[in-house]
Write a protein that binds this ligand. Structure first.
Ligand code: 5RP
Length: 292
């Protein structure tokens, strides 16, 4: 029975303090629904506005990639240093304990292998399964200029439509064909098309020349892929330059898990992304952590 006697009657309505109406911290995301924003805020740290995504989804088209042979042994210990884990549903369900509370970005496209034409992909995870896995975003490859360009764009727009119904953002991954020029002109084209068609954030590659023009004309956040393994200092410098030129984080795989010390490397990358650490200092941190 409700307690009607002795109910405390002194109330304070703070009539002199207007309720705050906060904007959302992430570029181009202020008009999204609460669920979308909440998921994005689990991917991007609201304090720094940036993210360290650990990408380990390479197996979906190239099998047991070097460094990913045993995700249980090599990758799980790194998860604590990431903001987000990007992976396939097969690895999520078979290896990642459900007690992991980091945000999950699920690889949601697939259908081709390194033995065939890579751009021939389709949507490979349905929306119900994404909801079931409690993911914070769905990732889809977009092959601008590729043989199956249109099919890959339609994969993306279908995912965006499905995700929008349930408040799940879509990450468009700009995939570059072997013979295509990796320059600012191409990446402005590819990232802008993805954003115009509704992608909530976009992964692309860093380029030395004019990368800031790619980030500035893309209305939603951009994160960079790490690409092929390069020396640790160079990878930290690339991450630093990308961040200083407008990237909102990294979605890095090989340059972390193929490093001599993956644990030291991901912590050094974190320092660059979240604390604006200079590459030289971050490399010192890497060497220190590697030794200890
Ligand atoms: C595969 C991907 C990878 O997640 C992406 O390439 C990031 O990994 P890396 O830093 O190794 O390039 O999207 O298509």
């Amino acid at each position: 029975m409700a307690d009607l006697d002795g109910v405390k009657e002194v109330k304070n309505f703070y009539t002199d303090i207007p309720q705050k109406t906060e904007g959302f911290f992430l570029k181009g995301s202020n008009s999204l629904d609460w669920g979308m924003k909440n998921r994005l805020a689990r991917i991007f740290n609201p304090q720094s506005g940036r993210t360290v995504m650990l990408a380990v989804d390479h197996g979906y088209f190239q099998g047991p990639t070097t460094g990913l042979e045993r995700i249980d042994l090599n990758i799980l210990p790194l998860v604590q240093y990431s903001d987000t884990l990007m992976l396939t549903r097969g690895i999520l369900r078979s290896i990642v304990p459900p007690s992991v509370t980091k945000s999950i970005v699920i690889r949601a496209s697939g259908g081709s292998s390194i033995l065939k034409e890579l751009s021939n992909e389709e949507i490979a995870v349905n929306i119900e399964d994404s909801i079931r896995m409690n993911v914070c975003a769905m990732a889809v490859q977009v092959f601008i200029g590729g043989e199956f360009e249109k099919q890959s764009i339609i994969n993306m727009t279908k995912l965006i439509d499905m995700g929008t119904r349930y408040g799940i953002p879509t990450l468009a991954v700009t995939a570059v064909g072997k013979n295509m020029a990796r320059d600012a002109l191409y990446f402005r084209l590819a990232t802008r098309i993805c954003a115009e068609l509704g992608a909530h954030y976009i992964k692309t590659y860093y380029i030395e020349k004019d990368f800031e023009t790619v980030t500035s004309c893309c209305p939603v956040p951009i994160v960079i892929a790490g690409g092929k393994k390069i020396p640790e200092f160079d990878a930290l410098k690339m991450a630093y330059n990308a961040i200083q030129q407008g990237a909102s984080g990294v979605d890095m795989g090989r340059n972390i898990f193929q490093s001599e010390s993956p644990s030291a490397m991901i912590q050094a990358v974190r320092a660059v992304v979240h604390n604006n650490e200079k590459p030289e200092k971050a490399f010192e941190l890497y060497n220190f952590l590697k030794r200890s």
